[in-house]
Design a protein around this ligand. Sequence first.
Ligand code: C5P
Length: 315
Amino acid sequence: MRSYSLIAPAKINLYLEIIGDRPDGYHELAMILQSIDLADQIDLHAASTEAIRVYCNHPQVPTDNSNLAYRAAALMAKQFPDAFNNFGGMDITVKKRIPVAAGLAGGSTNAAAVLVGIDLLWNLGLTKSELEELGAQLGSDVPFCVSGGTVIATGRGEQLSPLTSLNNIYIVLAKYHSLEVSTAWAYKTYRQVFGSTYIKNTEDLAARASAVHSGEIVKAILDKDAAEISRKMHNDLEKVVLPAYPQVLQLRELFASQEGVLGTMMSGSGPSVFAIVESKAQAEVVKERIRSAIPDEDLELFVTRTIATGIQILK
Ligand code: C5P
């Protein structure tokens, strides 16, 4: 086939704990990542030239070599030069629905879709773990996005342990369209505020990372208990993002005060905030109440649900 269309779902963080600093400048994390059905569509078309071109319907998304989807294609061309010479370049079209710079892994899931799509386009037959290894070179969340689902992610976020699939938990998601939080800023500020916590002892690090595997939220996930999951959610980055962005704090508090909301949390480095609710009907009610309380056109609101899959091939 000379073209593929792929669905690239967003993620939310049910849990994000910063364990310590790493010598490479990143942070050692313990996270629980969850795919949701809010998704972009990626179309890949083989081109007759060697060029890799990116098109996107969203004006804020760059289409040059800073775009993660472009970088994923360039990485594949570098890793598999024979296939690139044989098959040539491609046009990558990103139909964006996932809010950008939102803490929802929008760019990372686009990159994961390009890796999966080129593997098909060039008949490479790569394994899931080979795709994840390539993904880790592009960004910390890309490996997760390949297969998605409900996953404990440790290390930089690239070491993955899948949990039971958590389907059809309804979520209301909110993001101010024009508000962006830089992930690098959030981690840097956390380090400045809470001090350096460089962990030298790798055994200590492994023990602390593995503690999340036996933690209460994992038990709640294995029990598929949405109310208990909601009570045990946590995100260390809220400690720096909420004080700096009063709009995000306000959204968080507004969600928490709504009837039918089981729990609310910022996703990743923000600024999107999500609420777990009891049902689809309740999600629609909560969404409308938030819309009435904040009648600002800049506020984007979505009803979405948890899903058990990452990148899916449409055709
Ligand atoms: O890996 P990715 O490019 O998505 O990370 C964006 C930024 O977030 C990094 O440049 C780094 O500043 C910060 N980060 C971190 N520790 C992680 C993941 C990301 O400090 N585990």
